[in-house]
Design a protein around this ligand. Structure first.
Ligand SMILES: [Zn+2]
Length: 286
């Protein structure tokens, strides 16, 4: 009993200096935490030099259509072939002049890819930009011609809706399309809510690129620009990054068909988009 008491007294006596030490340690830990927190803020504010500071590191180039889906047709030209040639040439130019940019293609051969898979591919790869390449057509006239670049949005004219309908119609060749694209209805009054969920965060960047593309078509190759437009494109719908869809010209116009099916024409189209890409990247990185 006595021994027990002594031990416990000694123990309680020894606790006092321990408490002081504990308090000191606690103060040190608190001070260290503050230091660490402020350091981490300081580090966060410093540019990360180990990684690229560019905002455009990965670009997905999407050649429209492919495989069983030829897209629109001219007399002899298929949209899917023009789109692929232009896409590959654009990718080659970007790789050549900005090798630090990762270039990915949704397709590099003549294969069928579902619309939803194209944006999903870009999302999976954390792309910073999505460029979809197409050719236009109208059954009404052989003289209608020129380029137009679309961003996701609500169509303001019947003409824009017509383009979107044509480009979206390929889903009829996909299985289960009703299930897959449930909720997509650009004609519905709720469409703006749907848009708010996906592309609206990127609309100003998308518009900036679209504007540059249309300007470069005019300045690089003297094409007639029909302007930047908005409509509900399924291929752009779920892109979690700035995204544009380029109608590089009308295959229903014999003159433009000749131009778009020629090597020179395809190279010029790719060059115009490439110059717009370069200007956009510069803008974004500033
Ligand atoms: Zn198309």
């Amino acid at each position: 009993m006595h021994i027990d008491f002594k031990i416990s007294r000694e123990t309680s006596n020894e606790l006092r200096p321990n408490k002081k030490i504990m308090l000191k340690v606690l103060k040190l830990v608190i001070a260290a935490s503050f230091l660490l927190i402020s350091l981490s803020f300081a580090i966060r504010q410093e540019p990360d030099t180990s990684k690229s500071s560019s905002k455009v590191n990965t670009v997905v180039i999407d050649a429209g259509h492919g495989g069983k889906d030829p897209g629109t047709r001219g007399r002899t030209t298929k949209e899917k072939d023009v789109a692929l040639k232009v896409a590959l040439e654009l990718g080659r130019k970007i790789k050549e002049e900005t090798p630090e940019v990762k270039v990915l293609f949704t397709r590099s051969t003549d294969v069928f890819i579902e619309l939803g898979e194209r944006s999903a591919f870009a999302n999976r790869n954390n792309a910073d930009l999505f460029i979809s390449i197409h050719c236009n057509a109208t059954p009404r006239s052989k003289t209608v011609h020129g380029t137009e670049t679309f961003v996701m949005g609500l169509h303001k004219t019947e003409g824009n809706l017509e383009v979107a309908r044509r480009e979206n119609s390929v889903i009829l060749q996909e299985t289960n399309y009703k299930q897959k694209y449930k909720g997509f209805d650009p004609n519905s009054p709720l469409a703006h809510i749907m848009l708010a969920n996906y592309q609206s965060a990127f609309i100003s960047s998308s518009l900036r690129l679209a504007d540059l593309i249309e300007k470069k078509f005019q300045s690089v190759s003297d094409r007639e620009s029909r302007g930047v437009k908005q409509a509900g494109f399924l291929v752009l719908w779920r892109c979690a990054m700035p995204a544009v869809l380029i109608e590089t010209g009308f295959l229903s116009s014999p003159d433009e068909e000749d131009y778009l099916s020629s090597d020179d024409g395809q190279t010029e189209v790719a060059e115009s988009i490439h110059q717009a890409f370069t200007a956009y990247k510069k803008d974004m990185d500033r």
